[in-house]
Design a protein around this ligand. Structure first.
Ligand code: FAD
Length: 483
């Protein structure tokens, strides 16, 4: 006989109906289901969502709410500490269980562990599932039984493990409770940015929600996967999947991506090498979460402890120039403006702007991490922290600090016609390549013809390339000498 007491499904970074194990378990039990999202601004502390993420969250919750309505259900919205909100909801609904999918941020693990034991202590079922990863962080171990610190053996171990389970379809209907508990109106949370022009750029670039995520995946599999290995480093072409915010918010599961890609490969519709190359990038996402799970200090402290003594500079003007895309280095400025306008930046350019911040400007990687946290729609504690530590040379398996990217050469190599710079730094659009990547080397006549006045229409470099490079290397040497 079916129990009439409802099951609460607590949605978090799993804002989808398909391949959602917590939701599937609730639906399969036959009990009425109460889907809930709690906007808990306290538990994450300094890692509360930034502006771009809040914009995404608003749109994604609206989409999830609409998808649930189509299946005879609702999304109940509550605000405040998740433990209090869930306690109240259990009291109000007489729920027999609370189910959710796991998160791996240290603050979330601490909160959810406490919530699980407090609910269970009341005799109510509290259970969590894996929806966000291909391989749980504690299941992938080195020969010695510890966590991996180097990507290649980590991914090799993942690929040797049993393949991730097949994704489940979305439920067709959800049994409704006899009475729905009250919930907030999404608009009352004021998640959208106060600056409407900022939201405009985000709106043009993205369609948050499960349907938008599936469309993005299909588009990439049809048009992008075959050339991914060749094009993924080119910011001037649409060569990568742009799935990162959808994956972060769990609008699509990595298992769904994995199996769609494998199926294409098995059917001979894409080469095994293309499939493996793309899944390897999903592997970097797994690796970052593995690192965050095992090294909770990742977002704040260098994994290589000696880097704590790095003589980082403080320079508010230089940081502001970097944030606003006014450094005088076109590829850096293009990336920072793409970020500001669309909430996303191409991976190659993230590496270039990151290197410029921590090396040419000798500013702390944490300053870059925090700016990205606020402005990226795919801001993800694990991916962001691990990538910044990689760029700064202080992480696990990091790029060595002494390898300083030359922004001009990077621009010429990966944006050969200067189309990317022309799009995001339009005041340089009339300069021909390669001068568009080094405008100060163009003659006065060329600059005049292109309508560029350095220091007026476009900034002069805020740091001289060789000087910045030498300063960075000297700082790094001092670190090594004082070890
Ligand atoms: P694709 O090339 O299509 O890759 C597919 C997916 O694989 C991505 O969506 C992402 O989930 C994952 N992935 C790819 N590269 C990486 C990587 N290096 N590390 C971890 N996962 C990866 N990614 C984030 O999702 N959130 C962040 O906050 C973030 N911050 C970054 C900060 C810096 C300084 C750098 C250098 C990289 C950062 N990345 C971050 C990683 C990477 O730049 C983005 O995941 C990628 O650009 C997203 O675009 P895509 O979906 O088209 O990627």
């Amino acid at each position: 006989m079916l129990s009439a007491s409802p099951i609460i499904v607590w949605f978090r970074q799993d804002l989808r109906l398909a391949d959602n194990p917590a939701l599937a378990a609730a639906v399969e039990s036959g009990a009425p289901v109460i889907p809930v999202y709690v906007h808990d601004e306290q538990a994450p502390g300094e890692w509360a969502m930034g502006g771009a993420s809040l914009w995404w969250l608003h749109r994604s919750l609206a989409a999830l709410g609409a998808d649930l309505s189509q299946r005879g259900s609702r999304l109940i919205l509550r605000k405040g500490a998740a433990s209090d909100a869930l306690d109240r909801l259990i009291e109000q609904t007489g729920a027999q269980a609370v189910l959710w999918n796991r998160l791996y941020e240290p603050w979330a693990i601490a909160r959810d562990t406490a919530i699980k034991s407090s609910i269970a202590a009341r005799g109510i079922r509290a259970e969590s599932f894996n929806a966000g990863l291909l391989f749980e962080p504690w299941t992938v171990k080195t020969g010695g039984g510890g966590p991996y610190k180097v990507f290649t053996p980590f991914w090799k171990a993942c690929l040797a493990a049993p393949a991730p389970a097949m994704p489940r379809k979305a439920p067709q209907t959800l049994a409704a409770p006899k009475a729905w508990p009250a919930g907030d109106k999404l608009e009352s949370w004021n998640l959208l940015p106060a600056k409407p022009d900022w939201a405009g750029g985000l709106r043009e670039a993205w369609t948050p929600g499960e349907a938008g995520a599936m469309d993005r995946l299909s588009l990439f599999l049809d048009d992008g996967l075959a050339d991914y290995a060749e094009m993924r480093n080119r910011p001037d072409v649409d060569g990568s999947s742009r799935l990162s915010p959808h994956l972060h918010f769990g609008e699509i599961a990595p298992r769904q991506v994995w199996h769609r890609v494998q199926a294409l490969s098995d059917a001979g519709k894409t080469s095994a090498a293309s499939a493996a190359g793309f899944l390897r990038e999903i592997g970097w996402r797994e690796f970052s979460t593995h690192l965050l799970y095992h090294f909770a200090q990742l977002p704040k402290l260098p994994l290589q402890a000696s880097f704590a003594a790095m003589p980082w500079r403080t320079d508010a003007a230089a940081l502001a120039a970097w944030q606003r895309g006014r450094t005088g280095y076109p590829i850096v400025d293009a990336g920072m403006r793409q970020l500001w306008q669309t909430g996303w930046m191409h991976n190659r350019v993230r590496m270039i702007v990151g290197s410029f911040l921590v090396k040419h400007l000798l500013l702390p990687w944490h300053a870059g991490e925090v700016w990205f946290w606020d402005t990226l729609v795919d801001a993800d504690l694990a991916n962001n922290a691990a990538s910044w530590q990689w760029i700064a040379g202080c992480g696990a398996d990091a790029a060595p600090y002494f390898r300083v990217f030359n922004p001009m050469l990077q621009g010429e190599k990966f944006d050969p016609q200067g189309a990317y710079v022309a799009e995001w730094v339009p005041e340089l659009a009339e300069l021909p390549a390669p001068f568009i990547h080094r405008p100060w080397t163009a003659g006065l006549a060329m600059l005049k013809e292109a309508g560029v006045v350095l220091g007026k229409t476009y900034p002069k470099p805020i740091v001289e390339h060789q000087g910045g490079r030498t300063r960075a290397l000297n700082a790094w040497k001092s670190l090594r000498e004082n070890r």
